[in-house]
Design a protein around this ligand. Sequence first.
Ligand code: NAD
Ligand code: DAU
Length: 350
Amino acid sequence: MKKILVTGGAGFIGSHLVRLLVKKYPDTLFVNLDKLTYAGNLANLTDIESLPNYEFVKGDIVDEDFIMATFDAYRFDGVIHLAAESHVDRSIASPKEFIMTNIVGTVNLLNAARLYWKDNYDGKRFYHVSTDEVYGSLGDEGKFLETTPYDPRSPYSASKASSDHLVRAYHHTYGLPVVISNCSNNYGPNQFPEKLIPLIINNIRHSKPLPVYGQGTNVRDWLYVEDHAKAIDLIYQKGTDGETYNIGGNNERQNIDIVKTLCRIIDLQLGRPVGESEKLITYVKDRAGHDLRYAIDATKVFETLGWQPEVQFNDGFEKTVAWYLSNEQWLDEVTSGNYLKYYEKMYHDR
Ligand code: NAD
Ligand code: DAU
């Protein structure tokens, strides 16, 4: 049986990806290795946890001995690496965790793959899941291409850029078969409510202020998470070693429009007077070094592999809001305890 290691499979994107892979490839074993940080949640995976081709291993990719022992035990054929510290604001508050997990953790996985695959790279693949933030910030015009020079500007994006460079270096230096994808902002069910969309949904639910950084005019390019998972599957199966693929939704929105749209949809879904939730919008101090605009040119992955987003933004947005409103227990559990401390630290006095 083929064995594939997925790191970070209990997180937002990872859980959607693991669910897709485990169901689509019943003859491949998928091992989900995750530290279960605040962002990892096994409740995201209850529907697949008892399937015979799925295993969960709790562990830290920064622990080199543990990673080597796991490779020794399973002899993986492939790695799809998503485990990361992923939130920009947390990286601004404390960068070191990002350096450890995103850079050192990635190097530990690269070293293990290199060691266990060195005699025969045939059929092996190391897939690094990365972000469009490595390219920096755009003005009003243009889009990020795979050839756009790297210009990371937050500790998070600098750590992801560094890990991208290391993955490429292992390809060029040791011939390790790698692929990388750089994706724009994902949205959908199971996203931890530190990120804009679930945070705003949760606050509207509780009639709490809706914090919009700066003027709310920063632009992100939104993609439904299941479309990202499908792109990763396709690139893992059909991509070319050593190549990078940009993935995006071709769906740019200013933050303030996202927040107002959420207010409108939720007012309608909760039977509140339309306009009620918009009154909660509160402009707050901007994020330090806030990137103005991201936009992805996904022509390469479309022309070479045939991927394009399937979910229209309006449909994806309605589905997303409906999921959070009908999974209030999930939201309540992840927004209790440490989340309250996090929220106080990040938003008090802002
Ligand atoms: P997430 O924060 O929701 O999940 C990250 C997962 O990694 C969690 O399950 C967490 O427990 C695990 N993890 C963290 N540190 C670990 C460690 N040291 N060892 C093992 N596991 C660890 O993140 P996400 O939004 O699902 O992002 C997944 C990947 O996709 C990341 O690499 C991120 O950089 C990338 N990405 C995210 C987006 C987005 O919009 N969310 C867009 C493009 C790329
Ligand atoms: O572009 C891909 C990246 O998208 C991923 O690599 C990251 O892992 C992911 O977190 C995301 O980064 P962003 O910083 O763009 O996402 P976030 O949801 O934190 O913020 C989206 C925008 O909304 C951004 O311009 C900041 C703004 N914002 C965010 C929060 C949390 C607010 O205005 N208020 C908020 O409370």
